[in-house]
Design a protein around this ligand. Structure first.
Ligand code: FE2
Length: 179
């Protein structure tokens, strides 16, 4: 996020009141907030040729993404709706998916410019390998103001940590789930 121009399109869209209102209405929330996190609010996700994004959950409950470059083939988004819930990881179901069981897996093939609004905190998801690069802009919003990612997670996802993350480390998550 700190590499995007302050007055550019990505940060402009992220902070635009009408766009925030649209996302909030789609999620049937009354109010959502941009992150205080200086890295995670807007992320350019660049998947090189032949790469994949493995199964994971998102730190934030919702993720809003825009496909800015569609791979030539492949690169489908796969997800397992509500595989876990607050207080229960449902690790047996997770193991089944990791072992290749497909009954809980849904597949979505996104087109260039598609806006995807996805609840990734409880629905495990991945992007399968494709041919050619796949680019997305990812916009993070939170139900509460002041969201900042944890140090360890931030290091894993962004490869670096800023002072704001270290300062916020003492604030534990309230839903009892692992990142
Ligand atoms: Fe994700």
């Amino acid at each position: 996020m700190d590499w995007f121009p302050e007055n550019g399109l990505c940060l402009g869209l992220y902070r635009h009141p009408a766009f925030q209102r649209f996302v909030t209405d789609c999620l049937e929330e009354t109010q959502l907030y941009t992150f205080d996190d200086p890295l995670a609010g807007v992320v350019a996700n660049i998947m090189p040729e032949g790469s994949s994004l493995p199964w994971h959950y998102d730190t934030n409950e919702f993720i809003v993404s825009l496909l800015t470059k569609k791979p030539l083939s492949g690169g489908e988004f796969e997800y397992c709706p509500d595989l876990r819930e607050p207080g229960d990881e449902h690790y047996d179901d997770v193991k089944n998916v990791l072992d290749g069981q497909r009954d809980k897996v849904k597949t979505l093939s996104l087109e260039l410019g598609d806006l995807q609004i996805f609840k990734g905190r409880f629905s495990m998801h991945r992007v399968v390998e494709g041919k050619g690069e796949r680019h997305t802009a990812i916009f993070g919003y939170a139900k509460e103001p002041g969201f900042i990612g944890r140090v360890e997670r931030t290091q894993q996802v962004h490869g670096r940590v800023l002072q704001a993350h270290i300062d916020a480390e003492q604030n534990a998550r309230s839903d009892g789930l692992d990142d």
